[in-house]
Structures are given as C-alpha cells and as structure tokens.
Design a protein around this ligand. Sequence first.
Ligand SMILES: [Ca+2]
Length: 194
Amino acid sequence: MLAGGDNGYAQLSSSPICPGDIFAVQNKGDTTIALFDQYTTPETDRHHFGLIWKCQGNSFKIIHSRPGVGVIVENISRYEMEDLKFYRVNCSWALRQQALDYASTWIGAKYDYNLVNSVKEQALHIWLSEGELRRLSSSEFSYSENDRLICTELVDIAYDSVGIHLITPGGLPLPCGFRQAEIDGKLRVLQHGY
Ligand SMILES: [Ca+2]
C-alpha cells in the first residue's frame, strides 16, 4: 500500500488515503454546529469530521462521533453520496497511527450536546458584551474536556494525544479551527471527492 519509511511529510501528495487521515463532509453532522459556521472565522464549508479507521481498497471504515450515536466505527459508505474531503496531518505515519489508537479508546463515548450548547452560550456572551455580531475564531471560545465528544473534538484530541495541536491549545475545536489548521499548514487536502 504505502512506500516504506516513516516520513509521512515527504509522501503527502502521492500516497493514497490511509488510516489516521481526516475526512470532512459538507453540510452534515450537528445541525447547530453547521449553522454556526456562518458566525465563525475562517470560513469553511466542512461541518462533519472524523478519522479514517481502516482501508480495504477503496472501501474505508471510519471512526467519528455523530449526534444521537456518539463515537462509533462504521463504513464511510454512509457519506458516499456527499461532498467529501480528505486531509492529511503533517506528521509521521507512526504518529498518525498512535493518534488513531488513542481515538479508538473513545469508542462508545456519547455525543457532547453540552459542548454544542456551550458554543451558543459563549458566542452570545461575547456578542452581547461587545455590542456587535462578528465572526468568532475557535480560540476565542473557552474549552475543557469531559467524557463526551463532538465530531471535531474526537479528531482534535486524537492528534493532541501525540503532541500535534491542530486547534490552538485551549481553543474549542470547531470546524473553523480545522480550516485555520489547513491555512497554517498543519494539515492539507489529500483528495476532494470519493
Ligand atoms: Ca467534550
């Protein structure tokens, strides 16, 4: 499948989608988070995120946290009719696998509706205190971990566990934060479409 070696960075553009890569779906996932994108910066059209779990040819299993279900491994076919983008984090293959191993320890965790509510409450507080409605970045929200995860949280803490902070430490892992990580070169688009 892959050329040997551990230098994932050098193989970014030529290698196929692999375990540990990130998938992101347009207009899917938590409705509140998706609607909230119009109030965050930088702009993004991706709303649901997860990790590639296993690859068998062009068939992928994914690990993600989705509303009503929580963290689960299932087939990516549920999104095959959707607009999918795949991203690779700029790190070694070994770290990507370690991040995935950590994500697997969260299988069965519930979806974090409290975090979704916190996003709305914090945004309202900022806007009311400033007297204007402006776009907010993920780093402007406070965040602390608990035993439940939203989709972006799973991806963020997986890579946090290996020392790669896609979202600014302390910032809330919203979809806009992943767009910022892309701008900052922490990850890059591997493939658009499935
Ligand atoms: Ca949480």
